[in-house]
Design a protein around this ligand. Structure first.
Ligand code: G3P
Ligand code: CA
Length: 312
C-alpha cells in the first residue's frame, strides 16, 4: 500500500498555514488528506488554527490592543467568531515579529481570514467535486483540557460540525487526531464516533499537553493500550530512528505488530531533521527506512512526487 500524504496545515511551506489558499494549493498538489488543527472561539465555533493564541499568525495585537491576558497572549477563546473574522492571517512569526521560516511566504497582509472548520469542509468538498478528487480531512483537536477549563467540550463540538457535514460515518474520509489519550477514549467510548482515531506522540519534556507520559505510550504496553481505542499513532519523525537520527528504530515495527498505523510528523524541506543532509535523504529515511504508513508534509508537492516514484 502506498503511504498517505497529509498536507500539514495545508501547503504551509508555500502559503500562510491554515488559510484557504493553502488548502487549495494542497489539493492541487495531490494531498490525500488535508490537516485541520482545531481551536474554539468564545462562541464555541471550531476554527482552523494551530495555536490557542492568535498573535503568532494574525494581527490581533494591532486590531484588539489590550485584549491580551496577563501573560501577554491573545487567546482565541477570548474572542467571538465575528471578531476573529476581522483579523488578517499572515505567515507564522516569532515573538520578535520575524518569520519562523525565513524563506517562506513573506509576512504581509493579504486580507486572509481564519477559516472555520465548516468553511474548510465546504471548500474541500467543492474542490473534490470540481477537480474530481477525493481529498480527506485529518482533524486535530487542540488542547482539550484547556478548552474544558473554559467550559467548552472541543471533542463534542468538533464532532457535531463533522456530523452536520455527513462526515461522522464509518466510511467518511476523516481521521481524528489528538495528543491527549483521554480525549480519544472519550471520542470512542462516550461520543461513539466510528471515525478512525490517531494517538499523537510527543516528547515528555515538551509538557504539551501537560501530564501525558509519551515515553510510556511508546512501550509495548503503551502501544497495546492505544490499540484498544485508536487506529494508529502519530509520532514525531526523530522517534522513528535510533539515537543517531538515521537508523530506523523499533517503534514502527512494534506499532505494526499491534495492528496500528503510523502517520509521522512533519516533513519540512527547509528544516531537515538532524542526521539528514537533503530532503530526498530524509524522505527516503522516513518512507523506505522507517516504513511509515503516512506522513504530514509542509511541502505536499515534493512528497507527492516522492511517494509516486516509490512504486509501492
Ligand atoms: O498533528 C500532527 C502534527 O501536526 C502535530 O504537531 O504541532 O504541528 O500540530 P503540530
Ligand atoms: Ca497538527
Amino acid at each position: 500500500m502506498k503511504p498517505i500524504l497529509i498536507a500539514h496545515r495545508g501547503a504551509s511551506g508555500y502559503l500562510p498555514e491554515h488559510t484557504l489558499p493553502a488548502v487549495v494549493a494542497a489539493h492541487v498538489m495531490g494531498a490525500d488528506y488535508i490537516e485541520q488543527d482545531i481551536v474554539l472561539s468564545r462562541d464555541a465555533i471550531p476554527l482552523v488554527l494551530h495555536d490557542i493564541y492568535l498573535e503568532t499568525t494574525t494581527d490581533v495585537a494591532v486590531k484588539f490592543p489590550g485584549r491580551n491576558r496577563s501573560d501577554g497572549r491573545f487567546y482565541a477563546v477570548d474572542f467571538d467568531l465575528e471578531e476573529i473574522k476581522t483579523l488578517s492571517v499572515h505567515e507564522r512569526v516569532k515573538p520578535s515579529g520575524t518569520a519562523v521560516f525565513e524563506g517562506r511566504f513573506p509576512v504581509v497582509d493579504m486580507a486572509l481570514r481564519v477559516p472555520t472548520l465548516a468553511e474548510e469542509i465546504t471548500l474541500i468538498t467543492g474542490l473534490n467535486r470540481s477537480r474530481h478528487g477525493s481529498a480527506g480531512y485529518y482533524v486535530e483537536m487542540k488542547a482539550p483540557a484547556f478548552h474544558w477549563d473554559a467550559g467548552l467540550d472541543i471533542a463534542a463540538i468538533t464532532l457535531e460540525v463533522l456530523s452536520q457535514a455527513g462526515l461522522n460515518t464509518r466510511d467518511a474520509p476523516v481521521f481524528l487526531q489528538c495528543f491527549d489519550p483521554s480525549t480519544l477514549r472519550y471520542l470512542k467510548n462516550e461520543l461513539r464516533t466510528p471515525l478512525p482515531l490517531i494517538q499523537l506522540i510527543g516528547e515528555n519534556d515538551w509538557n504539551d499537553p501537560p501530564g501525558i507520559d509519551f515515553e510510556a505510550l511508546r512501550t509495548d504496553h503503551g502501544l497495546q493500550e492505544i490499540a484498544g481505542f485508536a487506529k494508529g499513532i502519530g509520532p514525531w519523525i526523530p522517534q522513528l530512528f535510533e539515537e543517531d537520527g538515521v537508523t530506523p528504530g523499533r517503534l514502527v515495527g512494534a506499532a505494526h505488530d499491534h495492528g496500528l498505523l503510523v502517520h509521522t510528523y512533519t516533513l519540512r524541506a527547509d528544516n531537515l531533521e538532524a542526521g539528514f543532509q537533503t530532503f530526498e535523504g530524509l524522505q527516503t529515511g522516513v518512507f523506505s527506512g522507517a516504513n511509515v504508513d503516512g506522513v504530514f508534509s509542509d511541502f505536499p508537492d515534493l512528497t507527492r512526487q516522492f511517494i509516486d516514484a516509490m512504486g509501492r
